[in-house]
Design a protein around this ligand. Structure first.
Ligand code: NAD
Length: 364
C-alpha cells in the first residue's frame, strides 16, 4: 500500500503525520511511503532524514498518484478532498463531531475516512490513541506557558535572602492533559490542587502528589470514561464554588471538556476579578471556546493584571515530540487496517468500524 504524507497547510500547524522513525518501520512491513517535500521541516525532520528512512520525496502535484492512503494531522481542505480518488483511505483529526460539512465532502468523494478522534478508547487501541498522546503534550506545554508568564518561581526556595513560598497551582479537569499538567507543575515545584467532576480521578490526582479540591459537584462517567455534561444548575454551583476558591491560586490550568460539546464555562469573569494581579490562567479548552468566560481563543489577554492564555493547538508548539507520538499512533492504525501493507477492512472489528467516519457503500 502506498501512503502519502502531505505537508500540513493549516495556519500554525507545525506537526507532521509520519516522522522518519515510523517511515522506516512501515517501509519494512509492506508500506511504500511518499512524503511531500518539506512536510516535516517545521517539526524538525528534514527531507534527507525521510529519504534515509526509505521514503520517496514528492512535489505536491505528484504526491497523491496511486496513493492507497493519505495520512495527515489536521483535516484536509476542500481542494485536497476533491483530488482524492474514491476508496482512498484518509487518516487524521477530521473533527467528525463538529465539522459536518467537511465529513459530507469526504462522503461525497467516496473516501474511506478514519478520524483519530473516533478511535474507541479500549485497551487494544491504546497505541492508536492520538487524543491521549496530544493531550499529554498539551498538558505539559500549558504549565510551561504559565511558568513563563507568572512573576513567581514555581518551587519553594530557601536562600540567604530568606524563603520563597512555592507557586500554588490549580488544575481543573484531570483527564489526560490535566494529569500531565499536575505532574509537570509538581516537577517544577508547585503545590498543586486539582478538580474533576468524575470522582474516579481523585485517587489518580492524589497519586501524583496533588490535593483533590472538593467543589461539591460530581457526575458519573459515560461509557469510554468521559464526563457527562453538567446541568445548568450544577454548572452554576460549580462556578460559585470555584469563585470562592480561585483567589488562593497563582496559576490555573483548565482542561475541562465534554466530547462534541463546547467547553463548559467554569470560570466566570467575576472569579477572574477575584484573582491576584500576576496570576495566570492557561485555558487548554480554548480550542472549543474555553473554560473561562474571558478566554479569547488564539490570544493572550489580560484583565486587571490576570493573564488569560487562550493559545490554541499547544501540541503544535512542541511539534517534534508531538509528531513523534502522533506518528506512532497513525502507524499503529495503518498496521491495524492493512496488516503487512494489504488493506483488509473488517467492519466487524470495533476499532475499524468505530474510527471510520465515511465509507463508500461498496465497502460497507
Ligand atoms: P476530555 O478531554 O474529554 O476531558 C478532560 C477532563 O475534563 C475529563 O477528565 C473530564 O472529566 C473533565 N471535565 C468535564 N467537565 C468538567 C467540569 N465541568 N468540571 C471539571 N472537569 C470537567 O477527557 P480525556 O482527557 O480525553 O479523557 C477522559 C478519560 O477517558 C480519561 O481520564 C480516562 O478515564 C478515559 N480514557 C481511557 C483510555 C483507554 O484507553 N481506556 C484512554 C484515554 C482516556
Amino acid at each position: 500500500m502506498r501512503v502519502a504524507v502531505p505537508r500540513e497547510m493549516a495556519a500554525g500547524e507545525r506537526r507532521v503525520a509520519l516522522v522518519p522513525e515510523t517511515v522506516s518501520k512501515l517501509s519494512g512491513s509492506g508500506f511504500e511511503i511518499r512524503v511531500e517535500h518539506a512536510a516535516g521541516e517545521a517539526a524538525g525532520f528534514l527531507d534527507a532524514d525521510y529519504a534515509e528512512a526509505g521514503a520517496e520525496l514528492a512535489a505536491p502535484s505528484a504526491l497523491l498518484a496511486d496513493a492507497g492512503a493519505v495520512v495527515r494531522v489536521a483535516k484536509p481542505g476542500a481542494d485536497e478532498v476533491s483530488s482524492l480518488a474514491p476508496d482512498t483511505v484518509l487518516i487524521g483529526f477530521l473533527e467528525p463531531l463538529t465539522d459536518a460539512d467537511g465529513i459530507a465532502r469526504l462522503r461525497e468523494q467516496g473516501v474511506v475516512a478514519f478520524a483519530m478522534e473516533s478511535i474507541p478508547r479500549i485497551t487494544r487501541a491504546q497505541s492508536m490513541d492520538a487524543l491521549s498522546s496530544q493531550a499529554t503534550v498539551a498538558g505539559y506545554k500549558a504549565v510551561l506557558l504559565a511558568a513563563d508568564r507568572v512573576p513567581k518561581l514555581f518551587p519553594m526556595l530557601m536562600t540567604a535572602a530568606g524563603t520563597i513560598a512555592p507557586v500554588r497551582a490549580l488544575v481543573i479537569g484531570a483527564g489526560v492533559a490535566g494529569l500531565q499538567a499536575i505532574a509537570t507543575a509538581r516537577r517544577l515545584g508547585a503545590v498543586v490542587s486539582a478538580f474533576d467532576v468524575r470522582p474516579a480521578v481523585k485517587e489518580q490526582v492524589e497519586s501524583l502528589g496533588a490535593a483533590f479540591l472538593e467543589l461539591g459537584v460530581r457526575t458519573e462517567e459515560t461509557e469510554g470514561g468521559y464526563a457527562r455534561e453538567l446541568s445548568p444548575d450544577e454548572q452554576a454551583q460549580q462556578q460559585a464554588a470555584l469563585e470562592e476558591r480561585i483567589p488562593d491560586f497563582d496559576v490555573v490550568i483548565t482542561t475541562a471538556a465534554v466530547p462534541g460539546r463546547p467547553a463548559p464555562k467554569l470560570i466566570p469573569a467575576s472569579a477572574v476579578a477575584r484573582m491576584r494581579p500576576g496570576s495566570v490562567i492557561v485555558d487548554i479548552a480554548a480550542e472549543t471556546g474555553g473554560n473561562c468566560e474571558l478566554t479569547v481563543p488564539g490570544e493572550v489577554v489580560e484583565h486587571a493584571g490576570v493573564g488569560i492564555v487562550g493559545t490554541t493547538n499547544l501540541p503544535s508548539l512542541m511539534a517534534f515530540h508531538a509528531s513523534q507520538l502522533y506518528s506512532r499512533n497513525v502507524a499503529a492504525l495503518l498496521q491495524h487496517l492493512a496488516p503487512d501493507g494489504e488493506l483488509t477492512l473488517d467492519w466487524e472489528d470495533e476499532i475499524t468500524a468505530g474510527a471510520c467516519v465515511t465509507r463508500p457503500e461498496a465497502t460497507a
